[in-house]
Design a protein around this ligand. Structure first.
Ligand code: 5GP
Length: 178
């Protein structure tokens, strides 16, 4: 069993890069079919989705564009708890087919917030592409059409995802060892 140390924690190999890329290729093929002639605008969520977004985008063969946003935590409290502000979206998305590209959906609150924010800018439609979904932790109803893999509740790093800023450069995905 391959073990890596990231900062003060040990992580064990859970999803090899080859398996991730197989799933990414399948999702890309579905998007190529579903969104042909729609000139979709992919919106990657930094930092975690940068590797997924790159691997997915390379496999898109229809006319398309890509941009990135960041989510900044701020001190506001809503009924859903912690909220995040979407920053860096400069494109006019009016009438556009948008595909949000996210690394991992946990409770789903971040994704819900993102969809609400983008929705106020009058896109034609919004689709979700998520590398990983922790199905058992989902708190909100989301239509995740383009999911690469479902995973259990454990904390993971690698393939763009970090532990305290580190581990994003690991090509495979690793799960924390309790
Ligand atoms: P949600 O709002 O869905 O609860 O949280 C989504 C965000 O939490 C992700 O974009 C990611 O930044 C972070 N996150 C959730 N689970 C994990 C995990 O297992 N590993 C890492 N590195 N980040 C996670």
């Amino acid at each position: 069993m391959k073990i890596v140390q990231v900062k003060d924690k040990k992580f064990t190999l859970s999803i090899p890069e080859s398996e991730i890329l197989k799933g990414v290729t399948e999702v890309a093929e579905r998007i190529n079919k579903d969104l042909a002639d729609k000139n979709p605008l992919f919106i990657g969520v930094l930092n975690g989705a940068f590797i997924f977004a790159a691997d997915l985008f390379k496999r898109i063969t229809i006319p398309c564009e890509i941009s990135f946003v960041k989510l900044a935590s701020y001190q506001g409290i809503t009924s859903t708890g912690r909220v995040k502000e979407v920053i860096g979206l400069n494109e006019d998305i009016t009438g556009r087919t948008v595909v949000i590209v996210e690394d991992i959906v946990d409770t789903g609150l971040t994704m819900e917030r993102l969809i609400d924010t983008l929705g106020t800018r009058n896109p034609k439609e919004i689709h979700i592409a998520a590398l990983l979904v922790k199905e058992q932790k989902l708190k909100v109803k989301l239509n995740i059409e383009y999911k690469v893999l479902s995973i259990p509740n454990d904390f993971i790093v690698g393939y763009g995802l970090d532990y305290d800023g580190l581990g994003r450069n690991l090509p495979d995905i690793y799960t924390v060892v309790e």
